[in-house]
Design a protein around this ligand. Structure first.
Ligand code: DGL
Length: 272
């Protein structure tokens, strides 16, 4: 891992769309002096239904784009990229993906050793979370399920825990986890924390929901601190967002989700 030793440079964060904002949001709370450049590949979302080759190609282009903006480090805020293109992330010196920080948090919280994992089709097919959890503790029992309708729901702003359509979709995907008796559920796609209230309504309050966005942000904060790479306390954070499709719909959904009154710039770019 190579990190440039220039503390006030921005952190680069990317995802296929809105989901990585769950990382940005937490980062901005934990590290209020850090500037962030975010790229959401809204023109090509979803990644989670695509082949490994395509996911590797897209993520390499996303990373090159962020590198061209002179960021101090890069975070892959996408469960799919982190699961399917882990080697590419290492090869291109990305600081972290979401799988390891999220798996570590789940292994710390489970009491009965039964952990559920939900993610995109590509993430679940890769078994990256299972592998990581077994590396951490081989006695864990892991149950995995892909939830392909969750990303389109989030990208279209259909996330209310009061909406019967949302609740029915969540219920259908998650019902089996109740039979398995899990006590911890990994939200293995960074879009899914946006559905957290609906998921919690269906799973019940006693199940730990592990937010991949939050755990990744905590891991990044820790790593930057240990490497003395945090921005100075006097540094004023600046947020620059880029997307690969229409800016208006992204802005509408991002504002709804971020609930920020922090100014950010937003531009459309072509990273291909
Ligand atoms: N936020 C993503 C993830 O964490 C991407 C989902 C998708 O584009 O399918 O997996």
């Amino acid at each position: 891992m190579i990190l440039l030793k220039k503390n006030n440079l921005p952190i680069g964060v990317f995802d296929s769309g809105l989901g990585g904002l769950t990382v940005v949001c937490e980062l901005s709370r934990i590290l209020p002096n850090e500037s962030i450049i975010y790229f959401g590949d809204t023109g090509r979302v979803p990644y989670g239904v695509r082949s490994k080759e395509t996911i590797i190609r897209y993520s390499s282009q996303d990373i090159s784009f962020l590198k061209s903006l002179n960021v101090k480090t890069i975070v892959a805020a996408c469960g799919t990229v982190s699961s399917v293109a882990a080697q590419t992330l290492d090869d291109l010196d990305v600081l972290t993906g979401v799988v390891r920080p999220t798996a570590l948090a789940a292994s710390r919280l489970t009491k009965n050793g039964k952990i559920g994992v939900i993610g995109t089709k590509a993430t679940i097919k890769s078994r990256a979370y299972s592998r990581q959890l077994k590396i951490i503790d081989e006695k864990l029992s892991i149950f995995e399920k892909s939830c392909p309708l969750f990303v389109p729901l989030v990208e279209n702003g259909v996330t209310s825990p009061e909406d019967p359509v949302v609740l029915e979709i969540v219920r259908r995907y998650l019902i089996d986890f109740k039979k398995h008796g899990i006590d911890t559920l990994i939200l293995g796609c960074t879009h899914y924390p946006i559905l957290k209230d609906a998921i919690s309504k269906i799973m019940g309050k006693n199940i730990n929901l592990i937010d991949s966005g939050r755990e990744t942000a905590l891991f990044v904060a820790n790593t930057l601190e240990k490497s003395s790479l945090l921005a100075n306390d006097s540094s004023k954070a600046k947020y620059s967002f880029f997307v690969s499709d229409e800016i208006e719909s992204f802005k509408f959904e991002a504002d709804k989700f971020l609930k920020w009154n922090v100014p950010y710039s937003l531009e459309k770019v072509n990273v291909q």
